[in-house]
Design a protein around this ligand. Structure first.
Ligand code: NAD
Ligand code: LMR
Length: 339
């Protein structure tokens, strides 16, 4: 399917990037939170992407060092580091894609929603700056809780009069990356050929992998599917616990974030059939935001694809996730309008 083609091609490209001579139009990518656990490896991976001509690395501190380091890599993009709010204008101006991994990560025992009180304010201020300085950029929201930070961003943009639902994305690619890896292991399928859509949201049971649509098909038992679903839903927690207080997924997230940004850039450049799962404004369910397969194009979202046919187990999971996802969306909207 299209999603398999686009993801595996992008993955192969990331590995070959250092040697690629392909360029294409000028594209500026800004990373906000570029000195962090995700931000640094993401900066590295975006520096390896030949579709990027200008790489802007912004954080509240430490970006001069990250930028100096990454800038010595002999690939296409010119790298600039910006530290501190007084420099955010320059960091953002002219950006085609803005990736946001700014904010605090979880520690063991926390839910993603426990990050709301700190990260909501960070996302709100960054999105206020985006509305001012690069209102047409595609925004890739990584900061948690994604189920709330994307609605916050939409409200900030609406208030500024710049909201375009085609340009706002919650990054759920890591859920897809995990579902593919775990499924390949169980199904004994070559991981590079595996494709699994993941829909819903990005927290616990709101993460709904559709293993009934996984390819290549495998005859897995109901117990296997339940275990795979649970492991995908708890993938973030698995890493948080293994890191034991030193944060959450950073390296796999940087990979996933780089894949999704690459898909956005390809869409902007007019590459056909670029399809990835993402948490976007949606009519797929009664909820205003929902993750599903999305076709990317020159204006961002070209088409939000439906869910396809679901197994009874997935239908049940879909109904179960709706109240939690709805509450997280409403919490974000309320925050943005109250503050
Ligand atoms: P980190 O603490 O290592 O890095 C965060 C960075 O953000 C720091 O460098 C910090 O200085 C910066 N920052 C804080 N406030 C800022 C501001 N106002 N402007 C710019 N930069 C600011 O954390 P991390 O491990 O990189 O995780 C970052 C976020 O990504 C967390 O919220 C985490 O939960 C989330 N995350 C999301 C996914 C996903 O799948 N969407 C996956 C992993 C992590
Ligand atoms: C993840 O899925 O790894 C991220 O959302 C980070 C987390 O807190 O689990």
């Amino acid at each position: 399917s299209a999603i398999a083609r686009s993801s595996s091609a992008a993955g192969a490209q990331i590995q070959r990037r250092g040697y690629s001579v392909h360029s294409g139009p000028e594209r500026k990518v800004a990373v906000l939170g570029a000195a962090g656990g995700i931000g640094q490896p993401l900066a590295l991976l975006m520096k390896l992407n030949p579709l990027v001509s200008h790489l802007s690395l912004y954080d509240i501190a430490a970006t001069p060092g990250v930028a100096a380091d990454v800038s010595h890599i002999n690939t296409r993009s010119e790298v600039k580091g910006y530290a501190g709010e007084e420099n955010i204008r320059e960091a953002l101006e002219g950006a085609d894609v803005v990736i946001i991994p700014a904010g605090v990560p979880r520690k063991p025992g926390m839910t993603r929603d426990d990050l709301f009180n700190i990260n909501a304010g960070i996302v709100k201020s960054l999105c206020t700056a985006i509305a001012k300085y690069c209102p047409h950029a595609l925004v890739n929201m990584i900061s948690n809780p994604v189920n709330s930070t994307v609605p916050i961003a939409s409200e900030v943009f609406k208030k500024a009069g710049t909201y375009d639902e085609k340009r706002l994305f919650g990054v759920t690619t890591l859920d897809v990356v995990r579902a593919k890896t775990f499924y390949a292991g169980k199904a004994k399928a070559p991981v590079a050929e595996v494709n699994v859509p993941v829909v819903g949201g990005h927290a616990g049971i709101t993460i709904l992998p559709l293993f009934s649509q996984a390819t290549p098909q495998a005859n897995l038992s109901a117990e296997d599917i339940t275990a795979l679903t649970k492991r995908t839903q708890d993938g973030g927690t698995e890493v948080v616990e293994a890191k034991a207080g030193k944060g959450s997924a950073t390296l796999s997230m940087a990979y996933a974030g780089a894949l999704f940004a690459d898909a956005c850039l390809k869409g902007l450049n007019g590459v056909p059939d670029v399809v990835e799962c993402s948490f976007v404004q949606s009519n797929v369910t009664e909820l205003p935001f929902f993750a599903s397969k999305v076709r990317l194009g020159k204006n961002g979202v070209e088409e939000v694809l439906g869910l396809g046919s679901l197994s009874d187990y997935e239908k049940e999971g879909l109904e179960k996730l709706k109240p939690e996802l709805k509450a997280s969306i409403e919490k974000g909207i309320k925050f943005a309008n109250a503050n």
